[in-house]
Design a protein around this ligand. Sequence first.
Ligand SMILES: [Cu+2]
Length: 150
Amino acid sequence: MKVPLFAGVAMLAAVGGLAFAQQSAAADTKSNGAGGEAVTVRLAPENKSGESGTAKLTSQGDQTKVEISLKGGPKGVSQPAHIHEGTCAKLDPKPKYGLENVVDGKSTTEVPVSLDALLKEKVAINVHKSGNEIKTYVACGNIRTSSAKK
Ligand SMILES: [Cu+2]
């Protein structure tokens, strides 16, 4: 009787371990205890903008702090930024969550959604050239657990 029980437990442990290994490989999130989990999304230039950088997403319970840091942008120009549904390759033009405009490469916003939920949605952060040229995207990054990889 003991042998089948042991085999069953060992198999469960093996399956569980495999699932855990896959998850930790995909999600390169840094956890420092309760909350404070953070993911960095790389923002790649679009339309030859020369603007690139990162968006750091930090878990704050039901909210997520989004800190954009871009280089190569125009000085003193307010550049609209949002979280959109979709991917940079195929973005829903309607913003899902508004972000503070990027000015001189910086923008910090708290969005009313948990980091875990954001990572599960298929969403991307994009930055627009200016209020007048909102249709021109200058930088974009997909929010993915894998985007945290360096
Ligand atoms: Cu947008």
